[in-house]
Design a protein. Structure first.
Length: 247
């Protein structure tokens, strides 16, 4: 062991509990660096706190319950990732999976209970195939072109849902095709403003550009009559257990 490596190991051993738990010195980082990185990660992914509950609410589920459940899920999985694997990864629901689940409920007529069961068993299967090493074999067997196609397809599906919710695209009754909605409506104009803000702020490399664009779009929607001011800025979180009990 070199003197530099030995000195780093000694500093890690004699440091704080965070240093010893996560081997910060061994990885060439500090508590301050990790805190700043954590704040940056939160700002970057905080948009899911607004988008995911709204997507699920459009499928008929309670927005407050979805928000509380998602926050608890993010906390548990991210802490588990830190303590079990010692990796600085924040875990949250993917928009592709959320869009598919909401589509199962809203469009396919599948009940939320059955949908939850599908999610649970798919997670169990994923854990099993990952534990026995089958997941790597399946991933390696899929051609790269198909992987890119699936990613592009899920992205287009999410974009289609967004355009539909904004009124930019509508489904023609009696016909199996889509058409443009009222392009001069306030909802469409606000959606286009938000989309342009995301493109501009991302190109300018604004930290947390997604959440910044959402906040600006929300403020622009106030004079347009689309953003409704909340009755209160503070309220107790909705309880998923209470919702289950009521059902």
């Amino acid at each position: 062991m070199s003197k530099e490596t030995e000195g780093t190991a000694k500093r890690g051993a004699s440091g704080t509990w965070l240093d010893r738990q996560f081997h910060l010195a061994e990885h060439g980082t500090t508590v301050r660096t990790e805190i700043l990185a954590g704040i940056t990660t939160f700002v970057t992914m905080a948009y899911v706190l607004g988008t995911v509950p709204n997507i699920m609410a459009n499928a008929g589920l309670d927005r407050g319950v979805m928000l509380t459940s998602m926050i608890l899920l993010i906390i548990v999985t991210t802490v588990a990732m830190a303590l079990v694997t010692n990796r600085p990864f924040a875990l949250a629901p993917g928009l592709g999976s959320v869009a598919i689940v909401s589509g199962m409920i809203a469009n396919s007529g599948i009940s939320p209970e059955i949908t939850a069961g599908v999610i649970f068993w798919s997670g169990v299967i994923f854990i099993v195939i990952s534990y026995i090493g089958l997941r790597d074999a399946v991933v390696n067997a899929i051609p790269a072109s198909l992987k890119h196609a699936v990613s592009a397809g899920v992205g287009l599906f999410i974009a289609l849902l967004g355009c539909k919710n904004a009124g930019l695209i509508i489904a023609l009754e009696g016909k199996n095709n889509l058409a443009f909605g009222d392009l001069s409506s306030a909802s469409v104009l606000l959606a286009l403003i938000g989309f342009l803000l995301i493109l501009v702020t991302k190109q300018m490399k604004v930290p947390g550009y997604m959440i910044v664009s959402i906040l600006i779009t929300t403020l622009v929607g106030i004079p347009m009559g689309l953003t409704k001011m909340p009755e209160t800025f503070f309220m107790a979180p909705s309880s998923p257990l209470w919702a289950v009990y009521e059902d």
